[in-house]
Design a protein around this ligand. Structure first.
Ligand code: ATR
Length: 296
């Protein structure tokens, strides 16, 4: 009797992950049969669980909060892009262990392409200097913007990130308040402020005419940034749902060899009764699921 190829997403909490929905939709569209489960894994059980999943055998694992950094140390090998991002979100089975990769950056760039947002020669502002922001820096610089400013409430984290990534392009550390008088073609919100219904305190008129505003959050956590972007006259305002589906498509392609079409799945995810999309994509104050961009 033939067994279905097995995949899973691991995290804690995990119950409301959208990954099973997304990967099932990809498989259906491809006429591919596989199983994809959401598995709750506590941090203390991570190493043992990875061994078990390898033995069963699972062929691929998506990794979400809080394991994305810790799992890197348990991989047999790590891709260069995962190393740069400082996080692993996709594991592929090898004969003797797991190969760690990170598809968030590729998913992010694919989503900018889908939206028609170009980066070459443009000025880009990245708000936030935590794990989510860090994962976007190398992908952004690979598209050769004129300048990538990285801004935070305090200067230390942007300074550290600018130092680390400066061999890859023109990256400038800032604080939110010091942005006064600047103008950007694209502003990306990679802060977690949206879960508290907030946005960073920013000076006005930061967006250039025709500029775009991109948020890593979605659902209700996207609302504050979307409202701000509208007031700024943004020509494009995007939430993080496109990146969520696109990073999953990149993982599916790594595992199954063909890249699924993102659009139909994105449409279904935006129908709340189908996929629970009224939920935010970042952790709400009382988290019930791992709502973080590209990590689910
Ligand atoms: P993630 O993995 O989502 O990036 P993180 O590493 O905790 O989470 O980083 C959260 C980011 O959001 C940080 O840049 C944080 O700014 P500080 O370093 O100054 O704390 C930012 N952030 C969170 N809440 C914020 C708020 N209310 N206003 C502005 N920035 C906020």
């Amino acid at each position: 009797m033939s067994q279905l190829d097995r995949y899973a997403v691991i995290g804690q909490p995990i119950a409301h992950s959208k990954s099973p929905f997304i990967h099932a939709a990809f498989a259906r569209a491809a006429g591919d049969k596989l199983s994809y489960e959401a598995l709750e894994v506590m941090p203390a059980a991570l190493a043992e669980t990875l061994k078990q999943l390898h033995a069963e055998p699972y062929l691929g694992i998506n990794v979400t909060l809080p394991h994305k950094t810790a799992v890197a140390g348990l991989c047999e090998s790590i891709s260069e892009r995962a190393e740069r991002a400082g996080a692993v979100n996709t594991l592929t089975r090898t004969d003797s262990g797991w190969a760690g990769d990170n598809t968030d950056g590729a998913g992010f760039l694919a989503d900018l392409d889908r939206l028609g947002i170009a980066l070459e020669g443009k000025t880009v502002l990245l708000l936030g200097a935590g794990g989510a922001a860090r994962g976007l820096i190398a992908p952004l610089l690979s598209r050769q913007p004129k300048e990538l400013a990285i801004s935070n409430r305090n200067p230390w984290k942007p300074e550290e990130l600018a130092e680390r990534f400066k061999p890859l392009g023109n990256i400038v550390p800032r604080t939110h308040l010091a942005l006064k008088g600047d103008s950007y073609d694209l502003i990306i919100n990679a802060t977690s402020a949206g879960h508290a219904g907030a946005i960073p305190r920013l000076p006005g008129q930061l967006l250039a005419a025709g500029g775009a505003a991109y948020d890593l959050s979605y659902g209700s956590a996207h609302a504050p940034f979307a409202a701000w972007a509208k007031l700024q006259g943004a020509a494009v305002i995007a939430d993080g749902l496109g990146m969520l589906v696109a990073q999953a498509a990149e993982a599916f392609a790594l595992w199954r060899g063909s890249k699924p079409d993102v659009d139909p799945v994105l449409v279904s995810l935006r129908e709340p009764e189908l996929a629970g999309c009224g939920e935010t994509h970042r952790q709400p104050p009382k988290p019930v699921h791992p709502n973080r961009i590209g990590q689910d």
